[in-house]
Design a protein around this ligand. Structure first.
Ligand code: ZN
Length: 423
């Protein structure tokens, strides 16, 4: 049970976004004096070693999933450029773990698989898979990894795997990523990007993920696991939570090497909802781009026809309308507003002086454009009260300017309610 006194809450609560689950509240976990890089520095002299920059370790723990992370981590301070990130050891226990993982992967692969490894390092794991099922195609992505391959079905690329570029062209059946996520600033976003790509391409893909697990380190009070390069430290719970938040279906989660490693298989089945939302966004964006030309042409046509035009409103939505469609002060000098506070100020960006709406009574115009469609009804009533009767009122609807009184749109007053006749 929670045995902390209530008065400790103020120092306990930290606002920091969890890399595994996206939760925003964490608590202090381990503060150390600043330390140099622990694995990536490879100093070549005593002086260089002693002079390495000290980096801030501010490990906090997500209160929702138990993930441990360095809130002060800066990816730019971890130089993966030229120095290898040497991982674990070649001991017997580790080999057993790798053999087991290979078997689990093989059991999930089709006869002629396309396999991608993200962060292949020295390439040995992917080479092992390629040897075990030579009919497949194997591609490693690692900006700092091995480059040369001695097998025709195995390719190492010194580049990052980007879901939007590589997913459509490579179309992997399986993606392997081992001991990579704990180095990323945002591992959840990385898996979500794979999940979204699968959704968009309607493609089922299996992903194998493996990271160090700090369950035992926390239980045993170990501190040596928490150094700068491992900014993101998974517990079994935070690993599972990340996978669930990714939109993938969890197939299997297990531990290796006496519980020091947690791994899992997920199936990216392509959550249709995400593809549908993205498709809707594309339709909206495409429509808005087309509208830009259509409405610009309509505005120019008003100028060409010699119409006197006023824009109602000089700030907010009306200003946004003028900015988007290039309603410049030269062609459209007249902007009115019934809000006295706005009168005698100027439209941001385009510079028209804002006049009071009553100006239109003494200086009638042919056309009033009302950018805030949903207020058009009230504004038209207000104009009528003030004795302003423009020939045409235009509003923007579905990518063009339409005639408020004659066109079909949802902003006209509802018909007066008529009670149904009694039967
Ligand atoms: Zn979390």
């Amino acid at each position: 049970m929670n045995d902390l006194p209530m008065s400790d809450l103020a120092g306990l609560l930290r606002s920091a976004t969890c890399p595994a689950c996206g939760h925003h509240i964490a608590v202090p976990f381990l503060t150390s004096p600043p330390q140099p890089l622990a694995t990536l520095a490879w100093p070549e002299s005593e002086a260089e070693a002693r002079g390495l920059p000290r980096l801030t370790l501010d490990f906090v723990r997500c209160v929702d999933c138990g993930h441990v992370f360095n809130a002060a981590f800066d990816y730019a301070a971890a130089p993966y450029r030229s120095k290898p990130n040497r991982m674990f050891n070649r001991g017997g226990g580790w080999s057993k773990h790798l053999e087991r993982v290979r078997r689990l992967i093989m059991a999930r692969l089709p006869k002629k698989p396309v396999v991608v490894e993200i962060g292949h390092g020295d390439g040995s794991f992917l080479t092992g898979l390629a040897a075990a099922r030579p009919a497949g195609r194997y591609i490693g992505f690692d900006p700092h990894g091995r480059q040369d391959s001695d097998r025709p079905n195995l390719e190492f690329r010194r580049e990052l795997f980007k879901a939007d570029d590589e997913f459509p062209s490579v179309r992997p059946d399986l993606i392997v990523t081992r001991h990579v996520l704990e180095h990323l600033t945002n591992p959840l976003a990385f898996i979500q990007s794979l999940s979204f790509a699968a959704s968009w391409l309607k493609r089922g893909t299996i992903v194998y993920l493996e990271v160090p697990c700090v369950d035992r380190a926390i239980e045993a009070g170990r501190t040596v696991d928490f150094y700068y390069e491992h900014n993101s430290q998974f517990t079994t719970m935070s690993f599972r939570r990340m996978l669930r938040r990714s939109g993938a279906r969890i197939d299997f989660v297990g531990h290796g090497y006496d519980g020091e490693v947690v791994f899992g298989f997920v199936r990216l089945e392509g959550e249709r909802r995400q593809a549908e939302i993205a498709a809707e966004a594309r339709r909206y964006d495409g429509g808005a781009r087309r509208a830009q030309d259509v409405i610009a042409d309509q505005l120019q046509a008003l100028v060409d026809q010699g119409k006197k035009v006023a824009v109602w409103g000089g700030t907010g939505k009306s200003a946004a309308f003028m900015h988007r469609y290039g309603v410049d002060a030269k062609r459209f000098p007249l902007v009115v507003d019934s809000d006295q506070d706005k009168v005698d100020t100027f439209v941001p960006g385009t510079g028209q002086a804002i006049r009071h709406a009553t100006w239109l009574k003494d200086h009638p115009v042919d056309v009033v454009i009302i950018p805030p469609q949903w207020r058009a009804r009230d504004i038209i009533a207000e104009m009528a009260d003030r004795g302003i009767h423009p020939g045409t009122v235009l509003i923007e609807h579905k990518g063009r300017l339409i005639d408020y009184f004659r066109a079909t749109h949802p902003y006209r007053p509802a018909r007066p309610h008529r009670p149904a006749k009694r039967a």
